[in-house]
Ligand binder design. Structure first.
Ligand code: FES
Length: 309
């Protein structure tokens, strides 16, 4: 795993009653550059590691900006950031990685965000404006709750911004995708229901997978506790109900490469030899599931899992 960066919380701003923005600055020198769509993992003092999109202008490396929504069912990440983190505190984070880049061959970019899913598109929008690219941003939100950055986006994008305030106008993926010129790419970030609907509609309208991009930084769903054995050392671990297998491994000093921590990127793929696994990832092919799992989201659901590590 690459070296971690130490940053200071320069400022915290309340954007809505449930969304806060954090400005993070380097303790010394500049921060590593990043491309639009990148995220960083915060390594919180309570042991949680969460991934957040960098929403600032990629051209500005004096500071990073992230925005965090307080989750009602927080496992400790968003609650810690909202309730305990103060300006001046020092945080550790991973260097930026990009699982959600803009595609250079696209002739038109359709950006689709719901709620806190707006964050990667703030960086994308600035980058696309700089490139003089053809794009639209479709933003679904709940007024006064999840409408972070709305005023800024209206000013920045003018007619390129289409708004879908809850209760007034519904974001309809089928209509949004219909009749788009060849070479259009769509990018979506938001709740699982929106991503599934958009992917289904894109497939039904004949969009190739290559032109449909999405990002989901969902925290792993809790489940039942389960047991794991590491074949090479014989060590046995317990995975708690609100802990992922990846978190349990890390808590016991076993580092597994990872990027998204949401079952999407494929980085954490780990072989196993035995056990009943509930796969919850969006990465493995059906045939791979008999001997591989993604510890960031997969759980045991019966006999203990014997990992081949
Ligand atoms: S870290 Fe990305 S799939 Fe597990």
């Amino acid at each position: 795993m690459s070296a971690l960066l130490d940053v200071r919380v320069a400022a915290i701003r309340e954007l809505t009653p449930v969304i806060r923005e954090y400005r993070l600055e380097a303790l010394g020198g500049a921060l590593p550059g990043f491309s639009a769509g990148s995220h960083v993992q915060l390594h919180l003092p309570n042991g949680r590691r969460n991934a957040y999109s960098l929403l600032g202008d990629p051209a500005d490396t004096r500071q990073y900006r992230i925005a965090v929504r307080q989750q009602e069912a927080s496992r400790g990440g968003s609650r810690y950031l909202h309730q305990q983190l103060r300006a001046g505190d020092v945080l550790r984070l991973s260097a930026p990685a990009n699982l959600f880049p803009l595609h250079s061959e696209a002739r038109k970019h359709l950006l689709v965000a719901a709620g806190i899913g707006i964050t990667p598109f703030l960086a994308h929008s600035r980058e696309l404006l700089r490139q003089g690219a053809d794009f639209e941003l479709h933003y679904a939100y709940r007024a006064g709750v999840s409408d972070a950055y709305l005023a800024e986006l209206r000013q920045l994008l003018g007619p390129r911004l289409a708004e879908y305030p809850a209760g007034q106008r519904r974001l309809d993926p089928a209509a949004l995708l219909r009749g788009r010129p060849l070479g259009s790419h769509v990018y979506a970030c938001g709740p699982q229901s929106l991503l599934l609907d958009l992917k289904e509609q894109a497939a039904a309208q004949g969009w190739s997978d290559r032109r449909v991009h999405w990002e989901a930084f969902a925290a792993p769903e809790p489940g039942q506790p389960f047991r794991v054995e590491l074949a090479r050392s014989g060590r046995q671990l317990e995975v708690g109900a609100d802990q992922s297998l990846l978190e349990a491994l890390e808590a016991n000093g076993v580092e597994i490469p990872n990027l998204c921590r949401g079952g999407v990127c494929g980085q954490c793929q780990t072989p196993y030899l035995k056990g009943d696994v509930e796969h919850r990832d969006h990465f493995l092919a059906a045939a791979e599931r008999s001997n591989s799992l993604m510890p960031c989201v997969s759980r045991g659901c019966g006999s203990p899992i014997l990992l081949d590590i």
